[in-house]
Design a protein around this ligand. Sequence first.
Ligand code: AMP
Ligand code: MG
Length: 401
Amino acid sequence: MGETPYFVELDEALEICRSTTIQTVVERVDLDNCHNRILAVDLPSLVDDPPFDNSAMDGFAMRYEDTLEPPSTLEVIGTIQAAGQEDDLVVSPGQAVRIMTGAPIPKGANSILQVELTSSEGNTVTLSQASMKHFIRKKGENLTKGQVALKSGTHLTPSRVGLCATMGHSSIPVVQKLKVGIISTGDELKQPGEELARGEIYESNSFGLFGLVNWLGHDATRLHCVGDTIDDLREVLNQASTNFDLILTSGGVSMGDWDLVRKIMEEEGDLHFWRVKLRPGSPPLFGLWNNTPIFGLPGNPVSSHVVFRMLVAPWIRHTTQASGPIEPRVYAKLATSVKPTKDCLTLRRVSLVNENGELTAHQNIHQGSGNLASVAMSEGMVVLQPGCEYSIGDTVEVMIL
Ligand code: AMP
Ligand code: MG
């Protein structure tokens, strides 16, 4: 292996990856197209939210002082349905205005009573109890003009896109999507839908990795699978390095003679590390092919998924300066025994159950690194530190899947 760091701790692998970055570009997109993107600036509100004092209820607006001895009957002098209407209404002692949710509070009024607690007759309204000041939503109580509500690097979830609109932005600067090329390697791989011959299996890694890249807000392309020949692999890597910002391969990174991704990276690429103390997922590599960053992910489907979550996703967030989306972590009590390993950070797939108000983790599915169902049918992965002992009843950290 020469100088290339070998079988490194996960943190060391991340550190090595972080010294390689991709120059990101900022582009302005309209709100319809910014879902799941990464905000590229600190975004200030262009307005106060709400922009004016308004009613939180359908009901009546009046002077609080006129309602302290219920039932109280007040004269109704008008109706306010929406912004701008009846702007000249002034509520004087003994008077009320009919008001809709969100409508501006008329001058003179300082409280609201919801319609359910009133009865109307002619141009009067009788209140069954005192009115409420807190049903007035105050100007700027959510956000004040100029306040930065969303920081640069924020992952734009639906509520955050809505908030951009609330703040008055019709378009916003976001990080241009990275173009990620996904290459599966292996003579035995067939596309789903085709007939399997003896010894063949369906190619699944590229589909999962495609989804994971999209989940992070970037642009994935599944390139065709390459068989286990160095020349084909070299050709597809050369093409990918001219067309993509990042290359992900799967398969061919273990110790065997057929592990050609590892071999070609050792002999012709710029290899930054190979193998990580992570189970499942110990064989990955990282480096550059023609100056394009490349992660060589393991072929086993659970391993490729785990390595993406533990290594590729943190690095993509780092290089795009994104704070999300992240793998949320919770704490749960072990309900079944789980097996750590001596020298690797180990992830066991578990279902999470709420038992009497306590979150419990159950390992009840075969943990083979070829068993993708163990990821797909589980809620989380228990994070087990190398060399530690774990017993039923212990509280453990769980990464949500
Ligand atoms: P490899 O690292 O190439 O030896 O692959 C390890 C295991 O993962 C083998 O059983 C492969 O058949 C399987 N495998 C490799 N690539 C894929 C893929 N793209 N989809 C599903 N299984 C794969
Ligand atoms: Mg293979």
